[in-house]
Design a protein around this ligand. Structure first.
Ligand code: BDR
Ligand code: CA
Length: 342
């Protein structure tokens, strides 16, 4: 089974995405070999605590956690008031304190761990990139061939239509460290499977009532998720319950299971053409070359797609454009601890 590393800024949607990966790990569909952390939704020390809390809840504390970048590459993004994830990344849910956090972390820095692991297991590791791309950009700078050793990259981030969620035109993970996103998009040597913000907002519509139903499952994962998402469910800031990182991880697991890993895939360079990568979950994708705006007064962090191939670059992205909602709900149920029907 493919090995998986999760790079995360957990975060409530990261949390459910990680539970989903851990459920697949228990079912032996993937093997989660490490979690690497990065600042983003909250400071990295909170992210570390949150990840350890998830692993503890899933009784999988043996999975190693490596602490990563504490700051963005150039400009530290200051949050204009965190409404979604709370100041601790877990909805300020007043959870009981978790002892021994620092002793549970591996001493090695996340970036070195990433480099060492992909070199140890060339073409065996699928990477889920669920936060700002600082760790990955640093890994590429230290080892320019880093991404070529991966079996696949499944990333949540960016946008395809200029629709922003943290500024009027940028998505959070890219906006948090646009320079890192630029390095990763421009220099990754295999196609990136990208779940953009548009998919999270409009690609799947899950009513809050459905979320609450899933949360009624009697499982440690559901119990933790209900606590950390209680504000989100109460305030209903969006019309539907929003999932982001869960989409990227569901795609990763589905690709792992269906063996359509796409490392050497032929990318259809026609952006207008919907292409399916063979996964059962994702029903259409589009491919293109895209990079990130760094200097716009209003558009810093926005993904810039070379629709007309004017840059002369090989396509670097396989973008999710639609998915089987019924199957996705089954992945979500699996994450909450429910049964996964075939
Ligand atoms: C992304 O930003 C974070 O807030 C979420 O965890 C997700 O990774 C959505 O834009
Ligand atoms: Ca995230």
């Amino acid at each position: 089974v493919p090995k998986v590393i999760i790079d995360t800024d957990a975060g409530v949607d990261d949390a459910l995405a990680i539970f989903m990966a851990l459920a697949a790990h228990k079912r032996k569909e993937i093997e989660v070999i490490a979690v690497t952390t990065v600042q983003g939704n909250t400071e990295v020390h909170n992210v570390n605590t949150n990840v350890l809390r998830i692993l503890n809840t899933a009784a999988l504390l043996e999975i190693p956690v490596y602490s990563g970048a504490t700051k963005s590459l150039v400009h530290q993004w200051t949050h204009p008031g965190e409404r979604f994830h709370g100041s601790d990344g877990f909805g300020d849910a007043q959870l009981p304190s978790l002892p021994l956090v620092t002793s549970l972390l591996k001493p090695q820095h996340a970036v070195w761990a990433l480099i060492e692991l992909v070199n140890k297991y060339p073409k065996e590791i699928m990477l889920a990139a669920l936060g700002p791309l600082t760790n990955l950009a640093l890994a590429i700078r230290l080892d320019p061939l880093f991404t070529s050793h991966l079996l696949g990259i499944y990333m949540m981030g960016g946008n395809t239509t200029g629709l922003g969620n943290i500024t009027s035109s940028a998505e959070f993970n890219f906006m948090c460290d646009p320079e890192a996103a630029r390095v990763v998009l421009d220099e990754t040597l295999i196609p990136i499977h990208l779940t953009p913000w548009e998919m999270c907002l409009n690609g799947v519509k899950i009513p809050y009532s459905q979320r609450e139903k899933m949360g009624q499952m009697k499982s440690p994962a559901a119990e933790l998720m209900n606590k950390i998402e209680s504000n989100i469910i109460k305030t209903k800031e969006f019309a539907n319950w929003i999932t982001c990182d869960q989409l990227a991880v569901a795609w990763l697991i589905d690709s792992a299971k269906t063996q359509h890993l796409n490392t050497n895939c032929k990318i259809d360079s026609d952006v207008g053409d919907k292409t399916s990568d063979g996964s059962r979950l994702v029903s259409s994708t589009s491919s293109c070359f895209a990079t990130v705006e760094l200097n716009g007064n209003l558009t810093r962090g926005q993904m810039a797609i070379d629709h007309r191939e004017l840059m002369g670059r090989t396509p670097n992205l396989i973008i999710m454009t639609s998915l089987d909602e019924h199957l996705y709900l089954q992945y979500l149920r699996m994450a909450f601890g429910g049964n996964f029907e075939k």
